[in-house]
Design a binder for this molecule. Structure first.
Ligand code: ITT
Length: 200
């Protein structure tokens, strides 16, 4: 059976992508499963470039069709920050997701609510040759001042989906995947992956 490498070090992302690709006629593997640990520098100037840097590096090193995502939270009142820098928003070494959420809320304090925002995800699908295709997903919401919910990861506890009255961290993974930026991008990637598997 062919393999698809899901190239991420983020355990939350990995779990979501795994569920979204369930049923695809290929064996899904993570970098750890094939003892591959590349330190890819995210030096791109946009999400697509960073997603491609990760996907192409892993596809070339593994010889496998590879999916990588680059994603971020864009807050309107902060001119789309933390954006591309969402994973590194708190600049000190060893900062946690909780530190980044606290820093974001501190920055938003002087701004007038509602603090509208969206998550964005770009998926890059790379062949070992380096050829790459992309999909995108966006999920709109509002940042709230107190954390709610224990599920998910990253900024999920402060990201409210107003139509549900719940934060991303209050959703089961299946429900998050139905609505989220990553769910939308990976679902759009599914038929492209099927084509790639056919034309190996
Ligand atoms: P990999 O590069 O190894 O995939 P990463 O966490 O460094 O893992 P990114 O560079 O794409 O991934 O950074 C994405 C950051 O954006 C992530 O660490 C979170 O802080 C935030 N983020 C993205 N998607 C999210 C989601 O579904 N829920 C909450 N926060 C999210």
């Amino acid at each position: 059976m062919s393999k698809i490498l899901v190239a991420t070090h983020n355990a939350g992302k990995l779990e979501e992508i795994w569920a979204l690709l369930n049923g695809i006629p290929a064996e899904l593997v993570a970098p750890a499963d094939i003892n591959l640990d590349l330190a890819v520098k995210e030096t791109g100037s946009n999400y697509a470039e960073n997603a491609a840097l990760k996907a192409v590096a892993y596809a070339k090193a593994s010889g496998l069709i590879t999916l990588a995502d680059d994603s971020g939270l864009e807050v309107d009142a902060l001119d789309s920050l933390p954006g591309l820098h969402s994973a590194r928003f708190a600049p000190w070494t060893g900062a946690s997701d909780a530190d980044r959420r606290r820093l974001l809320l501190e920055r938003l304090q002087p701004k007038t609510p509602p603090w509208t925002a969206h998550f964005r995800c770009i998926v890059a699908l790379a062949r070992p040759s380096g050829e790459t295709q992309y999909t995108q997903g966006i999920c709109p919401g509002v940042i709230i001042p107190e954390e709610r919910g224990e599920k998910g990861f990253g900024y999920d506890p402060i990201f409210l989906l107003p139509e549900l009255g719940k934060t991303m961290a209050e959703l089961d993974m299946e429900e998050k995947n139905r609505l989220s930026h990553r769910g939308r991008a990976v679902r759009a990637a599914y038929p492209i992956l099927l084509e790639m598997l056919k034309n190996l």
